[in-house]
Ligand binder design. Sequence first.
Ligand SMILES: [Fe+2]
Length: 286
Amino acid sequence: MDYGSISVNNMAPACGGIVDGVDLAGEITNQQFDEIHRALLDRTVIIFRDQKLSEQQQISFSRRFGEIQPSAVSGFEKNENFPEIDILEYDSNNPPHVTSELWHTDFVGREKPSMGTTLYARDIPPEGGDTIWVSGISAYEGLSIRMKTYIDGLWAFNDAYKNYNEQMRPELVKKEYQNHLQKNERAEYSPALHPVVRTHPETGKKGLFINESMTSFVKGLSRRESDYLLHYLFDHLRTPEFQYRHKWRTNDLAVWDNRVSLHYAQFDYTEHRLMHRVVIKGDIPA
Ligand SMILES: [Fe+2]
């Protein structure tokens, strides 16, 4: 794809692009942003190398994509001055508590899953800690016509707590967040019903919109039918050809379109890794 003010190096056929030619700490013109936005739609995940960003600059850039999703209670550490930023800071003594080892799409347990995320690498260990993204659009296109026809129009429940009992290690979660989960959130929570095949609201492309971490049941099927179908589709989504795997460098800023994609955060590092995350609000999937 041709751009005037930026250049994009495609990293894999399915998704992923490294964007050059823009300093995100400086003024970004509307034309530049327009091209960045087009690159995001085209590549699903885009990465800007060697960016020197303050917290405020990451927030301001993230706002260009949409309203910031308030994340007052997300289980992640907060910066007092910048409540928009989740602090993801881990090492071998302080491992991630919930989403490691799981393919997921952010916030699909909610009625309005987030539109996207910006993730800024502040400190990256010498090895490990890659992130893998999967294009749900490539995965959908990789199905047979008969399977596409079968799953088009199905709806599935997405439960944010699906894997909590097995995956979450309560000893790693702050007491106040545990209390919150027990008392408030969980009691009032019900899983979100989303289409199994989502139409991207901007490109009109269809993509698989289920994930192992949260999709729990396909409406209208028997339990066994649902389990086997989801098992097959989760396996299909792990196909390497639908992926881009990013090896981070300190000062990388990634933006991904969460609307028809999945990701997996590898926890195979021992040394310090620090990321700042800003989440952008989304709409109701259709
Ligand atoms: Fe995530």
